[in-house]
Structures are given as structure tokens and as C-alpha cells.
Design a protein around this ligand. Structure first.
Ligand SMILES: [Zn+2]
Length: 219
């Protein structure tokens, strides 16, 4: 039996997010929504409903343009702080933040030294992932990919997207297949997908921060 932590990134969307919430409610599945600041500013009601229904709200940058490790200059306040301020009372108490991978890739492009400092000083919990089925570019084929990823006995931190590309029309069927298999849905993220917990490093950071990386910044 597999364990899956479900998350929806890059929303909220005024049409897609409510439909996703309807499905999660009917299936009894908890999730986390990693929202973009610029979309939250326009579509807050969807995030408020998600929060009210027990889902967790996390921060996924304001603009989602360039991964923070590749962004020029000091953008942490603009991308992370501004979004967190807007999330406000909807925030999970651990201040969940997920960096942008640029298509799901893990690596030193995720964070700059400045962004890492900002997250540590702000007591953020930095959440990565280990299962990206690609619903953002494969709105029909992602289901098979995700079923395979979720068959792995290791706990999956599965990344889907509440984006208006049609992919979420398969969500109910997908969840039904997992539930039929006996998959257990949990809201906590697998320990090996947590980089910082409330500002404290809980894994080696060097692989996720752009050089120059100060080793002294790991503790
Ligand atoms: Zn994203």
C-alpha cells in the first residue's frame, strides 16, 4: 500500500480550483495548495475555501517566472515575502514554501543564497517533491505517469497543478483508482522532501542552492 501527499501548485484559478475542491471533498482527500501571489491577489475566494475545508495553503512565489537560484538580484522579499503577506491568515503555521523547479527539476537552481537566508530568517518550511507526472504539459497522459509514480512503495509527494489546461478533468478518476488500490492519502510531507523546517535545515542544502554556497549556512 502506498502513501501519497497531494499538492496543487500554481493556482488558485477561479474555475479549476473550486472543481478540484469539490472532488477532494467528495473523495475525502486532504491536500496542500501552493499558491502564486499574483493569482491569489485576483482569486482569493478559492484559496479561502480551500483553507476553510482543511487544506493547507503554501507559498509558491509571487510571479513564478525564474527559479530563485537563477533570478538576478535580490528578489526574495518581492517573490516570497510579498506572497506570504498576502496569504496572511490562510498560511499553514509552519509557513510552507515550495520553490519553483522550472518543470519539476530539483537542483541548485531552486534557491539563491539570499533566498535561503530569507527563508531561514523568516522561519519558513521549505517543501520539495519527488513525483511530478507533468500534468502541466501532458493534460491527458499524466494520469498513467502518476499511477506509476504512486505505485512506488516510498511515500510520494505528488505535484499536480490547478491550471486551466483540462488536466484536472481526470482528477476524480485518478483519485478513485488510487483509493481502489488502497492508497493512503496524508497531508504531511515525506521527511525527505523537507529542506527547512520552521527555518532550520533538516537536510544538506548544498544541492539546492546556487553557488557560491557557504557551508556555514547549512546548520
Ligand atoms: Zn510551480
Amino acid at each position: 500500500m502506498s502513501t501519497v501527499t497531494l499538492s496543487f501548485d500554481n493556482g488558485p484559478d477561479p474555475d479549476v480550483t473550486p472543481a478540484v475542491l469539490d472532488i477532494l471533498r467528495a473523495r475525502g482527500v486532504p491536500a496542500t495548495f501552493f499558491v502564486l501571489g499574483h493569482k491569489l491577489a485576483a482569486h482569493r475566494a478559492a484559496a479561502e475555501r480551500a483553507h476553510a475545508e482543511g487544506h493547507w495553503i503554501g507559498n509558491h512565489t509571487w510571479s513564478h517566472t525564474t527559479p530563485l537560484g537563477q533570478a538576478p538580484g535580490a528578489v526574495a522579499e518581492k517573490e516570497i515575502g510579498r506572497t506570504q503577506a498576502l496569504i496572511g491568515a490562510l498560511s499553514h503555521p509552519d509557513r510552507l514554501f515550495r520553490p519553483q523547479g522550472g518543470g519539476g527539476a530539483l537542483g541548485p537552481h531552486l534557491l539563491s543564497g539570499g533566498a535561503l537566508r530569507y527563508l531561514r530568517n523568516g522561519g519558513y518550511t521549505c517543501v520539495l517533491w519527488n513525483a511530478v507526472p507533468g500534468d502541466f504539459h501532458d493534460p491527458d497522459g499524466w494520469v498513467e505517469t502518476a499511477l506509476t509514480l504512486c505505485a512506488d512503495p516510498a511515500p510520494a509527494a505528488l505535484v499536480l497543478h490547478d491550471l486551466p489546461n483540462g488536466a484536472m478533468r481526470h482528477l476524480d478518476r485518478f483519485l478513485g483508482m488510487l483509493l481502489d488500490r488502497g492508497t493512503r492519502f496524508v497531508q504531511d510531507f515525506p521527511a525527505d522532501c523537507i529542506l527547512l523546517r520552521r527555518g532550520h535545515a533538516v537536510r544538506p542544502l548544498a544541492n539546492y542552492v546556487t553557488a557560491p554556497f557557504e557551508a556555514g549556512a547549512t546548520s
